[in-house]
Every structure is written in structure tokens, then in C-alpha cells.
Design a protein around this ligand. Sequence first.
Ligand code: MSP
Length: 520
Amino acid sequence: MSETSAKTYYVTTPIYYVNDAPHIGHAYTTLACDVVARFKRLDGYDVKFLTGTDEHGQKVEKSAQAAGVAPQAFTDRVSQNFRDLAVHMGFSNDDFIRTTEDRHKLACKEIWQRLFAAGEIYLGSYAGWYAVRDEAFYTEAELTDGPQGNKIAPSGAEVEWVEEPSYFFKLSAWQDKLLAFYDANPDFILPKTRRNEVISFVKGGLQDLSVSRTTFNWGVPVPDDDDHIMYVWLDALTNYITAVGFPETEEGGEYAKYWPADLHMVGKDILRFHAVYWPAFLMAAGLEPPKRVFAHGWWTNEGQKISKSLGNVIDPFDLVERYGLDQVRYFMLREVPFGNDGDFAHRAMVQRMNGELANDYGNLAQRVLSMVAKNCGGKVPTPGDFTPDDQALLGAARNLLPKLRELIDVQAFNEALEAIWVVIRAANGYVDAQAPWKLRKEDPDRMATVLYVLAECIRHLALMTQPFMPETSAKMLDQLSIGEEACGFEALDAGEGALIPGTALPKPEGVFPRFNEDEA
Ligand code: MSP
């Protein structure tokens, strides 16, 4: 594996605020990263997949106060909910970072010192609007009037007037360098529409950014000035380099191996922080910016905006309980072109679960494996010569991987699933056309060939659905007696991993149950 171990891939989720319980939005962002991480691992990459919690700042401090607990105890408790979510959703993260950890405070101090030493940070005073919910500063021009004559941020968050001494980052000096960077790296921000939004925001002019606060103290202290704590976004963004060992950047360490990150996955609401502030901070500190920031859309619930006040927050633990883990994973990535907003509707979920999973994919496997169990003595049948129809189906299955690689590299999950389903539908069409049940008496040798072709096609499908649906794919692979060692994508290539005629197969069982409204 020495050739492949050189390929590395570093993918990150945003770190989640611990003011709240995990909801569908958190599950969605991490799920998308999990699929990329699993895909890349199966494809021979050395992957680092990071998630974690954002534990400092005014918003978290306020939530702790409201809960009547000290911030540290509060964050310890809520952070655990996010770890539990990762286990519950089958997320394969390699690390879980908390911004209250010492390794992180060390990295924050170091990046601050580098910025300060480079003359990128100066002391001044801030007078302006701040939204605690977004932990963001807004200019007067960005605000609108709320119902009570109060000011509202573009995100809908309440803002308050803040006046305090503050350190500033010279963001205004980075406008041209950022524009040049976007220009030189056309795929740095995806989707393209978001990239255009960011570029026009930057072209509109950048103001220096307040990067410290003095009116509360739940944060990382500013080096050499105890009156200030670091602005929570500078602290939070730094997590991505903390986790690869920064300030240790020596050859042989994780920073040298994984940085710059291949992909920061974020929701559209936090793109500006990742695509403007973060590369500016990094370049100003003499560090390399990440390779890609992808901004995904937001979910609504049965057409309605999700909000605590409406009481329609979707709990990912409940979803998994109701529909099944892989069903939820499939739905979220299949339902909308990744990058667009999507609606979580029970009807749509059930349609996909019963139509695409139970009927198309589940039935294909179940029909074929039952015929093999009944008519081939429960062993992989021995094929004869392949006809052009056989070749066509095998070819379609074998040609999938290069297509999926391209699509996963631009985070087009729903198109990747559609490409897989094209082969599933072709396989179902082949079953109907070849009618192996008729061949049993008429031409048993041909039946054996047809069932072999189908079993081999299912092996390909099950290998390639692993990143999306790890549990059910593993069950399918078990039913084909494929050991763990033959589950990587290299088993797809040379034909060496192909099913060996005569291999005994376990008794087939359906893996995609239908959702039954009456029982539910
Ligand atoms: N702590 C910051 C991120 C710091 S990263 C250096 C933060 N945290 S968050 O918990 O508020 O949000 C995390 C993610 O959840 C964001 O990517 C956001 O877009 C996503 N979502 C929140 N609600 C959502 C939906 N209704 N739908 C989809 N994603 C949504 O921001």
C-alpha cells in the first residue's frame, strides 16, 4: 500500500455551539463529511475526519447562566450530546475537538502571536452592532428594522449596540489578496453561486474586524493582555489547525501531513467566516489556506422554517428511531442537490424508503440471492460465456467508480446516488429481461451465468453504497460472503475481488424494510 498511503485527505465539520441539543442541521453537515471520509478511505486515502464543539463565547456563556451551571460544567455536558450523536449516526470521525481543551488554547495563542508579530492586529475600540446568536458584528447598512422598532441582522438575529476596547485584525488590507486567491483557486468555494456571493461581498469592501472582547470572559485570554478574550470566531476557526497539531508544523507531524485541509464543510450561514475571515487570518499568519469550502443549504420541516419557537426542531435521534439509520442517511443526501435547501417531509421520506431502497435496491438483492439460495445450492454459481447483455451490465457496474470519484470530489452526493441507481435500475431491467426463473428448467447453465452476473453486480453496488449506507451495505456484503479485507474499492478494479464460483453463501435476508404507515 506504499503507493496509496501517500494520498491524504483532511475533511472537517464546523464545530457546533454547545448552547443547544444536536438537531438535523448538525447531523446533516457531519453526515456529508462522513460520506466523503468513508469514500476516500475505501479509495485508499489516509483520511483525517474532524468534528467537535465550539464552547466559548457569549452565546454559550449565556446558555450556561440560564441553566444555572458554570460554563465548563455546562459545556462538558452538552458536548457529550454531540459525541453521542456521532455514535448514533454511525459517523466515522477520527478526532473530536473541544475548544476548551489545552491543545486548542495553545494553538489560539500561537496564531494570535503570529498575527500580532506580523503587525496584522492593533488595539483600538469598537462601537457597533453585535448579534450574540450569530456571534457576529454587523454594519448599520446590513440591518433592517424589526417589529418592535429594534434592529435585526440579515440572519434574523437580534443585535445589540456594543462599545468597548478591542483589538482589530486588518481585514481591510486583505481585500485584493483574497480576490486574487479566489481567482487563482476557482473551486475554493462551492457551489458556484455561493462563490459569486462571497466575491461580491469582498469586492464591496472589507472593514477591519474586531477580534477581542472585554465585557465577558468565557474565552481564550489574549496573550499579554488579560483584559481581553479572543473573539469566538478566531478561536473557533483555529480548531482546524489545532487538530493537526499546530503550532507543531514539523515534517512527519500531522500538520505537515494533512494541512491544508481538503474540505471544510459548512452551512451557508457561516460561509463568510470560512471563506473570507479564515483564509485572511491564515495568510496573515503565514499559513496556507484550506483547499475547499463547501456551503450546503438548510432544511425545512414539512415546508416550514425550523425554529425552537415554532417547536418544529427535528431531532436526529428520533428520525433514526423512526425510519432507520441508513434510510435517514440516504434520504438526506438523495433528496436535494447538495448545496440547495431541502424540505424534510414524512411523505417524501417514505416514498424514497419504500420505492428506491426497499423496491429498487432491496428487492434486487433479495430476489437474486433467494434464487441463488434455492437454485444454485446456496453457492456462488459458475458462469459460462458472457453475452453482450451480461457484458453491458457488468460494464455499467465497473464503470461506476470513476464517475463517483468525480462527483464526490465536487460534493455532488445526490448525483452520485443517482449514478448508482442507474445501475440498480439496469440490473432490475436485466432480471426481467433474462427471466432466470424460466431458465431453471430450460437452460440451467444460462441461469447460472445470469445469476452470477447479477450477484457480481450486487457486489459492486454494495461496495459503492458503503459510504452512504454503511450498515446495510455491510449486511449485503456479508450475504455475498465478502470478508472485510475485500471491502475496499481496490476490490472493484482488476477482477481479482470478483465472486468465486462455489463460495458458500449465508441464507439471504432482506435489508431494507418497507415503512408501513399502519404499523407506525
Ligand atoms: N459554532 C459555529 C461554527 C464554527 S466552525 C469554526 C456554528 N455552530 S452551529 O452549531 O450553530 O451550526 C452548525 C451547523 O449547523 C452550520 O453549518 C449550520 O449551517 C448548520 N445548520 C443549522 N441549522 C440548519 C438547518 N436547518 N439545516 C441545515 N443545516 C443547518 O455555526
